[in-house]
Design a protein around this ligand. Structure first.
Ligand SMILES: Nc1ncnc2c1ncn2[C@@H]1O[C@H](COP(=O)(O)OP(=O)(O)O)[C@@H](O)[C@H]1O
Ligand SMILES: [Mg+2]
Length: 431
């Protein structure tokens, strides 16, 4: 018994009952035997397309049954095809290299007949979701089965990560499985999901994944389908197990940063103050989220000079205040960084805070060990756990960099929390 047959049977029973028909009555309408229909409803026989179409007509099921009966993607009428992609960022800038890289990976998977899984990872606000949604929009035409999208809330400042079983139920329903036919168990849901996708050309987009464990049951795994995942964490698990290709995403180039400012603020204003624009972009660490917030600030104040904002941002301490939107508390660097910080274990969180006290954020492991007050080997492990969630960069052997905006955030948290934590913790010796 395959999952298609089971979900067709459940859907048929659902629509028949909705119309208030008995098996015998439906059998009369479609000229099949009641026994045969009962076998189909119980998932013990496979329906023909002709029967599915007849039932659709008699039960006013709007093509749902035919769609479930036909596993070929091209059979899905457009209105039954999931098209869940959110709108692309307005004024999307640059990222040509990454877009070409994604195109090449898709072309390679089409040639080799292997399923495609790509994981885009990078720090908060670097533009992972924007890149993924942009690319998905460009290639969605190559996926006649449709596009499934889920924000897995792996690093939302104010929400728990979505459980894979919940995401699977939503996907199954989007694939026209009627809710009573969705199995209770995670394994069964995942198996049904994979069976329904077999033979389809479907693009599955998993945004903001918490970790590989959350993502693994949601990967299609059959040729013709593709999955793109974004995460702040390096998803080594799915790279190893599902052969995912990785695209690390870093800050924009200075030219892309200025182009982003031009797109939001207007080229005349930006190019009239080209030096100030460059300085502003540096103060935003070329991070799209920071650039976007700064740009919106300028756009809302048409008479403000770029030079003035750049000057205000000179002060590292007030940067995080300025790079926040009064109107939308989520549109702020603090809230984006908190999403990553919140999930650290207490010792890694403490290490992060203490690194924020370093004067320029470029430090060797031994210096970090002094700041944190832990032995070198232990410190390396703590640093590695910060690197794996993009709260710290590894710049060479035993060398690390805490980016300026993150350093400001870490220092703030240190000010807020060290005194409190210090009460029951001997704390660092070198502070
Ligand atoms: N290439 C880009 N062009 C224009 N704006 C961008 C670009 N990348 C990101 N942004 C903007 O920066 C902000 C953060 O991007 P987002 O994709 O949400 O980051 P992430 O998913 O890495 O946390 C969003 O407001 C987004 O619109
Ligand atoms: Mg995102």
């Amino acid at each position: 018994m395959d999952d298609h047959t089971v979900s067709f049977g459940a859907a048929l029973r659902h629509h028949r009952r909705q119309q208030g028909l008995s098996l015998r009555q439906l059998a009369g309408l479609v000229a099949y035997s009641p026994g045969w229909l009962s076998k189909i409803e119980n998932g013990m026989s496979t329906p023909t397309m002709q029967l599915a179409r007849l039932c659709d007509r008699e039960l006013a099921a709007e093509g749902v049954l035919a769609a479930l009966a036909g596993s070929a993607a091209d059979d899905l009428p457009p209105r039954l095809r999931p098209a869940q992609l959110p709108p692309s960022t307005t004024g999307f800038i640059g990222r040509e290299r990454e877009l070409r890289n994604l195109d090449a990976l898709l072309a390679h998977s089409t040639e080799t007949g292997l399923p495609l899984t790509v994981a885009i990872d990078g720090p908060a606000g670097v533009g992972k979701s924007a890149l993924m949604i942009r690319w998905a929009g460009q290639v969605s035409g190559s996926f006649p089965g449709g596009v499934l999208y889920r924000d897995l809330r792996g690093s939302s400042p104010d929400a728990e990560p979505v459980r894979p079983t919940e995401a699977l139920a939503d996907f199954l329903i989007a694939l026209r499985v009627c809710p009573p036919a969705v199995p209770a168990d995670l394994e069964q849901r995942a198996a049904m999901f994979r069976s329904l996708l077999a033979g389809l050309r479907m693009l599955v987009i998993l945004d903001n994944a918490a970790d590989s464990r959350q993502v693994a049951p949601l990967l299609p795994g059959t040729a013709g389908c593709a999955a793109v995942v974004t995460s702040r964490r390096r998803l080594t698990g799915i790279a190893v197990r599902a052969g995912a290709s990785k695209i690390p995403l870093g800050p924009m180039s200075p030219a892309e940063s200025v182009a982003l400012l031009c797109a939001v603020v207007g080229p005349d204003r930006v190019l009239a103050e080209a030096d100030a624009a460059g300085k502003l972009a540096r103060h935003c660490a070329h991070l799209p989220l920071a650039l976007r917030i700064a740009a919106e600030r300028l756009a809302a104040r048409p008479h403000r000079s770029l030079a003035l904002l750049a000057e205000e941002l000179d002060d590292e301490k007030s940067r995080l205040d300025l790079l926040a939107d009064a109107d939308d508390p989520h549109l702020a660097l603090r809230s984006a960084f908190f999403g990553s910080y919140r999930d650290l274990d207490p010792e890694a969180a403490r290490a992060f805070r203490l690194l924020g006290l370093h004067p320029d954020g470029r430090l060797e492991a031994a210096v970090a060990a002094g700041l944190i007050g832990r032995p070198l080997g232990h410190t390396r492990r703590l640093l590695e756990s910060l690197v794996s969630v993009h709260l710290l960069e590894e710049t060479g052997p035993d060398r690390y960099r805490l980016a300026t905006l993150l350093r400001a955030y870490a220092a703030e948290r240190a000010g807020d929390e060290e005194a409190r934590v210090g009460a029951d913790d001997p704390g660092p010796t070198a502070r």
